[in-house]
Design a protein around this ligand. Structure first.
Ligand code: ZN
Length: 216
């Protein structure tokens, strides 16, 4: 088995390269470029002037990256579960996971931090980096913060079958900051609780104080 694995050139089967290729296939860059040109014309700009000439191309590539999560499945990260007989049943937490997303109502960015915790069951735990990748998979789509929060929690339930999951997301929304209301300091906080964290108030209080304690 080991010899076989070594015989295969590693980079040919890199999941990261495969994902990149899938994204290249599935995002119609030319179509985005045409649309951006239309927007520029619609606001009375000249898309052919020096500064704007390459903008549709640049924007299309940025969109491909910002919406890359559409072509990814959180399962590809979370299915890499370690089955440890000796893994504890204590809380596993990753705080302050930075994310950037696009609000689906205005197609403007919202950015912030996600805090993710779960109580493992059956000795099933995943790598901390996989938690961060999971946040990314769901953030990089046209999104709502409430749904982002719920999708992260549900993916953990689906793939780790833990005793409980708690997810808190803090987001700052450009559509609030830049437009009409101009609420510059407003931050939106959403949460999702599954399993024991939705039924046991004491456990929830405990996990939230760990999660949101600024000193820790
Ligand atoms: Zn919005």
């Amino acid at each position: 088995m080991v010899e076989l694995a070594l015989a295969v050139p590693k980079e040919r089967y890199s999941p990261a390269v495969e994902r990149l290729e899938a994204r290249r296939r599935e995002t119609d860059l030319v179509r985005i470029e045409r649309a951006v040109r239309e927007i520029l014309l619609a606001v009375g700009e000249d898309p052919d002037r020096e500064g704007l000439r390459e903008t549709p191309k640049r924007y299309a590539r940025a969109v491909r990256e910002l919406f890359g999560g559409l072509h990814e499945d959180a399962g590809t990260h979370l299915k890499r579960v370690f089955d440890h007989d000796h893994a504890g049943e204590d809380v596993v937490m990753l705080r302050n996971i930075p994310f950037s997303s696009i609000c689906e109502h205005h197609l403007l960015p919202f950015t912030g931090r996600a805090h993710v915790a779960y109580l493992p069951a059956h000795g099933r735990v995943t790598g901390l980096s996989k938690l961060a990748r999971t946040v990314d998979v769901f953030a990089r789509r046209p999104q709502m913060q409430e749904r982002l929060t719920a999708q992260i929690a549900d993916a953990l339930v689906q793939h780790l079958d833990p005793r409980g999951v708690a997810v808190v997301v803090d987001g700052e929304h450009s559509c609030l900051k830049l437009r009409g209301a101009r609420k510059h300091d407003t931050e939106m906080r959403t949460s999702a609780f599954r399993g024991v964290y939705s039924t046991d108030r004491e456990l929830r209080r405990e996990v939230l104080s760990m999660m949101l304690d600024r000193r820790g």
